[in-house]
Design a protein. Structure first.
Length: 97
């Protein structure tokens, strides 16, 4: 790792569901075709690493999203579950107004 940060900026993307989130992070995150597209697979990818060479090359990952769609109400079960996969240090989810 190089001490660098990978920023995936999804502001302006329509992210209404978890499926939309997986599709939006797939290319910029270098997710392989066999990526599980579920919260456990995402947690493994951003915490344990070893899934994405792109993410693995960076010390930190920051994903920026708009407060709409999936993230309009951060209290929904899907939004809470996804946010919980980010530890806030090595990987961060930033929800913009």
């Amino acid at each position: 790792m190089t001490g660098s940060e990978l920023v995936i900026d999804l502001r302006g993307h329509v992210v209404a569901t978890l499926a939309d989130f997986w599709e939006a992070v797939r290319e910029p995150g270098g997710l392989p075709d066999w990526f599980g597209r579920n919260l456990d697979a995402w947690a493994d990818t951003i915490d344990a690493r070893g899934v994405s060479e792109v993410i693995d090359r960076h010390d930190t990952l920051t994903v920026h999203v708009d407060r709409r769609g999936l993230f309009a109400d951060p209290g929904t079960p899907e939004a809470r579950s996804l946010a919980a996969t980010f530890d806030g240090v090595r990987n961060r989810l930033v929800v913009h107004p």
